[in-house]
Unconditional design. Structure first.
Length: 458
């Protein structure tokens, strides 16, 4: 688990997210607290519950982005769900417990592939032996010697000791295999046939609620589908190594570690929590929203969720909820749930100043993205400073005059601004394009001032 200091966490987030300092601070503290808790002596450790957070802010100001970046930093099990996806237990749809199961599933998969990486070398060695078994016929008569091999093999046949003979042939083959001399040869390989279409249909339809994985269950009952295929040597090596790696991984250990990680440092990001808040306006299934909130309570508070890998305690999972809360307030959530999210952080809505920075500063800044895209056609695009200023200004204006969609506006603007270049790029003669304030103004002049038009286009 990451042991970054809060200031370091904020600094990392700063690389991708502009402003929103308060939100960054509180998620940084929450993350550091997980680490702190683990240093506390055992008796007290269990008593320290995570302080769940609600991020509140208009659309497109970086709520999800903060969570996404945080997850990468934290190296903790992380899972993001839309609260609006859930339905109350007993209704068709996903029940809230599934998020814990999903979190565990993700973690198991990550740990499994990490474990497979560590046994890779060993797996490769075993795969090599199996490959040699495939390549080396049982009896000497079967040896199909290619012309260039002849000399050495004849030399070997002269030898008395048969065992030594085969083993030296084997070593020779091994060398050829390693040097890629056999890359064009084919071998017969039993490839396990993974497609089980019938089973595929079942999964996800409610059954998963029981935490039963149909594939696993039926996989045991049905004969393992194996198909004999002719495969080229390099591909066969890969398949064999993969199989061996899977066999070498101690799944019990992986599962145990995954459960431990989820319980101790898991983070669940509950997006769109405002969608399950508030009184329904008379239409739509009223039962569902409040029901979902009620179902959420025990999970957030701490309960035991059964999964196919074993039960998971949710007491120390950190929940970060987020929502725009346009139509309702956090106080429209049922009181019990409000109480379980003690930290509220409001994100600021973004204006011209931030837009300028968002366009250029983040590591994945939009301007950089478009420059790189157009560069693939051999064209260098330069954005002058006044162009950036103009784009930010237009973004703010359009956000004010139509709908405020925050930084997402920049995406639509950039696409519109560069449309001609993006379309014509492969055939353009000029290899350097400078975009300045005038260019931007020309592009947006007609659209911007016409509110109806900008509603449709920008
Ligand atoms: N403060 C910011 N700094 C950098 N980029 C940002 C910022 N805010 C938003 N963006 C960009 O805008 C896009 C949308 O942001 P994000 O997904 O975080 O919105 P959100 O706050 O979750 O909105 P919603 O309530 O609609 O889910 C992202 O792709 C992100 O790159
Ligand atoms: Mg979002």
């Amino acid at each position: 688990m990451s042991n970054l200091k809060p200031a370091e966490i904020v600094k990392e987030l700063d690389k991708y997210i502009i402003s929103q300092d308060r939100a960054k601070r509180s998620v940084a503290i929450a993350l550091r607290n997980r680490w702190r808790r683990r240093q506390v002596s055992e008796g007290l450790r269990d008593e320290i519950a995570p302080k769940n957070i609600i991020l509140i802010g208009p659309t497109g100001v970086g709520k999800t982005e903060i969570a996404r970046r945080l997850a990468r930093l934290a190296d903790s099990p992380f899972f993001k769900v839309e609260a609006s996806k859930f339905t109350e237990v007993g209704y068709v749809g996903r029940d809230v417990e599934s998020m814990v199961r999903d979190l565990l599933e993700v973690t198991v998969n990550i740990l499994k592939s990490r474990e497979q990486d560590t046994v890779k070398e060993k797996a490769n060695l075993i795969a090599e032996e199996r490959m040699l078994d495939l390549l080396l016929p049982k009896s000497q008569e079967d040896v199909t010697v290619k012309p260039e091999d002849t000399k050495e093999v004849q030399f070997e046949i002269v030898k008395e000791d048969k065992v030594q003979e085969t083993s030296s042939t084997r070593e020779k083959l091994r060398r050829m295999l390693r040097n890629g001399k056999l890359d064009t040869r084919y071998v017969d390989l039993d490839v396990s046939d993974r497609s089980m279409p019938v089973v595929e249909i079942f999964s996800n339809v409610g059954m998963e609620e029981m935490g039963i994985n149909f594939k696993d269950m039926l996989g045991g009952l049905m004969p393992k589908g194996k198909k004999r295929r002719k495969v080229k040597v390099p591909e066969a090596m890969e398949i064999l190594a993969q199989e061996e790696a899977q066999d070498l991984v101690d799944m019990d250990k992986v599962v145990k570690n995954a459960i431990e990680m989820v319980e101790q440092s898991g983070i669940i990001f509950l997006d769109e929590i405002d969608k399950i808040a508030g009184k329904d306006g008379g239409h739509g299934p009223d039962v569902s929203r409040e029901g979902v909130q009620r179902d959420l309570l025990p999970i957030v508070e701490g309960s035991t969720v059964p999964t196919k890998y074993g039960s998971v305690r949710t007491n120390h999972i950190l929940f970060i909820a987020s929502g725009a809360f346009h139509m309702c307030k956090p106080s429209d959530l049922i009181p019990e749930l409000q109480g379980r999210f003690p930290i509220r952080v409001e994100l600021d809505s973004l204006s011209r100043k931030e837009f300028e920075r968002i366009l250029t500063e983040p590591k994945n800044a939009l301007i950089l993205q478009y420059k790189a895209l157009i560069k693939t056609e051999g064209i260098d695009v330069v954005f002058n400073k006044d162009a950036i200023t103009e784009i930010a200004k237009v973004a703010e204006d359009v956000n004010n005059s139509t709908e405020n969609i925050g930084a997402r506006r920049l995406h639509t603007l950039m696409e519109c601004l560069l449309e001609d270049i993006l379309f014509d790029a492969p055939d353009l003669q000029v290899k350097n394009i400078v975009i300045d304030g005038n260019y931007v103004n020309d592009k947006f002049k007609d659209i911007k001032d016409d509110e109806d038009l900008s509603r449709y286009i920008l």
